[in-house]
Design a protein around this ligand. Structure first.
Ligand SMILES: NC(=O)c1ccc[n+]([C@@H]2O[C@H](COP(=O)([O-])OP(=O)(O)OC[C@H]3O[C@@H](n4cnc5c(N)ncnc54)[C@H](OP(=O)(O)O)[C@@H]3O)[C@@H](O)[C@H]2O)c1
Length: 326
């Protein structure tokens, strides 16, 4: 596999975690980082060992030595940041939630197609071994037909009106920040639902917490997410012949257990991270680029779009629009 020159847009929390993984992933080159502040970019570059530091996202997008840009900005910035990269011929790995709504995502997907570029949502959960093992069990009919999925993502983050998580102008809220994980998880197994039933607690233009039921012909999905709600966040997939439980914090767990319909343990799976868990999406994106793919089979565009459409419908039911949508 050839070396891949990575560029990063944004220098916040996840850009740091991602760079930790990048630094130790084979064939990944920490090439360039961009911030809205040149000083921040230089400090970040020095700390992690990036060769170039840019004081604007546009300069990075114009650097022809970059193979792929990882977008690590708040949700409300993703559309412009991704389009800037695609317009300038860059492949893109964009953080979740990939856009504010499905309309923005559809524009991105058609731009990526027009330019023959690789585009992927950084839904790292779907690239991790424990998720792939769960998929394999389901595909191999170990639990029969899926009847029920329960997955939650809540956390103990305190309300802070200055944090992007709670700012409507940043695309904040539990739906796009947290529920996107259990929704992506459920969608990967069951696709787009027949019916969506949801409710939310809203404050200052964002949802602090929400509850979503997806109804399918023969199955239900139940998802709760929210801030200031400490929970273990495991996930259950139950079928006609058995069930699977993914460990606490299912989106980053290393453990899954397969049970038969009577609750007897059939198989246990554990795969420790090689680095910090983000390496799998990096490896996947690099593999796709080397194989000239425009879409990852692990994180297909159709799944990302389905989840954005589900989230559009939830917000429609809550009467919630972001400032950019008014
Ligand atoms: N995969 C995961 O596990 C995971 C975890 C956390 C977050 N995320 C996702 O990653 C993205 C960033 O989250 P984060 O927690 O890293 O956010 P953060 O700490 O607030 O950092 C975001 C960065 O984006 C840049 N930025 C551009 N426009 C901004 C604006 N209007 N307001 C604030 N910052 C702005 C800033 O970098 P500069 O000042 O350098 O330009 C800032 O440092 C989100 O999409 C989030 O959902 C993913």
């Amino acid at each position: 596999m050839k070396n891949i020159n990575w560029g990063i847009t944004g220098t916040g929390r996840i850009a740091r975690t991602f760079s930790d993984a990048l630094a130790k992933t084979q064939n990944a080159v920490l090439y360039a980082v961009a911030s809205r502040s040149k000083n921040k970019a230089e400090n970040f570059a020095q700390e992690y060992g990036f060769s170039k530091a840019y004081g604007s996202y546009s300069e990075l997008a114009h650097d022809n030595n970059i193979d792929i840009v990882y977008i690590a900005t708040p949700m409300a910035s993703h559309f412009n940041d991704v389009m800037l990269c695609l317009e300038n011929g860059k492949n893109v790995l964009c953080e979740k939630s990939v856009t504010l709504n499905s309309e923005q995502l559809e524009k991105i997907l058609s731009k990526a197609k027009e330019k023959n570029l690789f585009f992927m949502e950084a839904m790292w959960t779907k690239c991790r071994p424990v998720f792939l093992k769960t998929m394999e069990w389901v595909k191999n009919n170990k639990i029969g037909n899926i009847k029920y999925i329960k997955a939650d993502f809540s956390n103990n983050v305190k309300y802070n009106p200055d944090d992007r998580l709670f700012r409507a102008d940043c695309g904040g809220g539990a739906l796009l920040d947290l529920a996107v994980y259990p929704l992506s998880f459920a969608e990967a197994f069951l696709g787009y639902p027949d019916e969506i039933i949801s409710s939310a607690h809203i404050r200052d233009g964002i949802d602090l917490s929400n509850s979503i039921t997806l109804k399918y012909n023969n199955a239900f999905v139940s998802i709760d997410s929210g801030f200031e709600i400490p929970l273990k966040n495991n996930a259950i997939i139950s079928g006609t012949d058995g069930y699977i439980i993914l460990g606490d914090r299912f989106f980053c767990t290393c453990d899954a257990v397969l049970y038969d319909r009577n609750g007897s343990e059939i198989e246990k799976f554990n795969a420790q991270n090689i680095i910090n868990g983000y390496e799998y999406e990096i490896i996947e994106a690099q593999k796709c680029i080397c194989e000239n793919l425009e879409e990852s089979p692990l994180v297909p565009h159709s799944g990302t779009l389905s989840v954005m459409k589900i989230m559009d419908e939830c917000r429609r039911q809550w009467g919630l629009k972001f400032p950019d949508e008014q």
